[in-house]
Design a protein around this ligand. Sequence first.
Ligand SMILES: [Ca+2]
Ligand SMILES: [Ca+2]
Length: 489
Amino acid sequence: MRRPAFIVIQLLLSIFATGMVQAESQKPNVLFVAIDDLNDWVGCFGGNPQVKTPNLDKLAAEGGLVMTNAYAPATVCCPSRSALLTGVHAHKTGVYGNKNNLKNAPKAKDLVTLPEYFSQHGYHALSMGKIFHKHPLPGDTGNKKSDAGQWAFDEYHKTLGGIGPASKKRPVNGLPNLPGEKVSYHYHAFDWGPTAENDETKMLDYRTASWAAEQLKTRDFDGKPFFMAIGISKPHLTWYVPQKYFDMYPLDEIVLPKTLATDLDDILDRNGKRIYSPSASWLRAEKYGKHKEAVQAYLATITFVDDCIGVLLDGLAGSKHADNTIVMLWGDHGWFLSEKQRYGKTQLWQESCRVPLMVKVPGVTPKNKQCMGLVNLIDMYPTLVELCGLPENSVNDGHSFAPLLRDPNMQWNHPTLTNGCLPGFYRVYDGRYSYISNRQRGAEELYDHRDDPMEWTNLIGNSEHDGIKSRLKAFVPKTDEPKSPENPD
Ligand SMILES: [Ca+2]
Ligand SMILES: [Ca+2]
């Protein structure tokens, strides 16, 4: 007769073995969350001390590692997203701008995108909201853009609904054009104001987040692991959100970002001519004294987005998938709020290159932790592939930062590359120095972030820094793929 202790040990061993088998067969799920045009104005990223983002901060408190040194592969939607979703940089695919559909780019059209790769390796890939940049297909007219990347998913859902601004007048913010300036007030315009109803649940992004929460709570995806990509479309312009979000940021308390009036004077082309001017939107806000209103509106829109993230993450937390789902949440590029005399993106300075990136790997990433490792969003593809035990995709340009997630204090400083919207326009950043090269214009910039985090003082003419420049320049691509075909106007 066996002794009771022996039976208990055998029982424990068999439970342990069963658990191991289940762990082998059940790969982790992925919740991949894109936020359009969100810069580092997130509480746990410290980009703006006034911003209210309790739900993103809660993600950090619950093990969402705060990657404080994350950079975009490009600084507008389409090239950034095309690069991070194919795993290949714009200078190799020719997808440099918003009009370059990667499906029309000879060097990109056959690349296996991240969701397709997961689908090919046993995952159920599903999506709602903006993940790929949208493009028109033949036959589309007006603003219709039928290619939203639906081809990359096993299951794709379009978000429907939303509410417009309270006022029918455009612009809602009443900001007049400058003399001679022609601006059409379409949905991308530099405009803001309260929505017709003070009800966030009717907003497009709220619906997307609610849909995702519902899928997480009610589905088991036929026993397959899932790759769920959820795209939040704000704080991309326009900043029309319910009044209650504006009320959270009283105008008289708004603190404006620090700027330098002469900042653009030291960026010169090969002929010594200044190459940058203030943007038209900045000039309008400057002339009519509307900087505080603009900052208030961006902050308000971020807090609305944060509420949507709360709905999404509460859905995950209340589901049976909570303990086996990796959350990777990112903004596609940064945004200027009057730094460098502009509103918007597209250039290669810190404010447009730096992005929020948070990664939660249940049981692995620590709570309330900032990680200083230097990463690029193009690294997300190989990182997820490694975390989920999929075979490496050899065409990926990025480096998997999975080791950094396991040990956030380790040294991790691959200099990071960001492409501009033209061939031959690059930024390389090594965690201290940023080097920007515009080959077409013959303009170069070098900044030391230890003393100059706002990149005010261009050191390129200072020969003391020639060694640093050469070192960073070695990471600039030697050749650039020409621009791929553009969508028709
Ligand atoms: Ca964007
Ligand atoms: Ca400057």
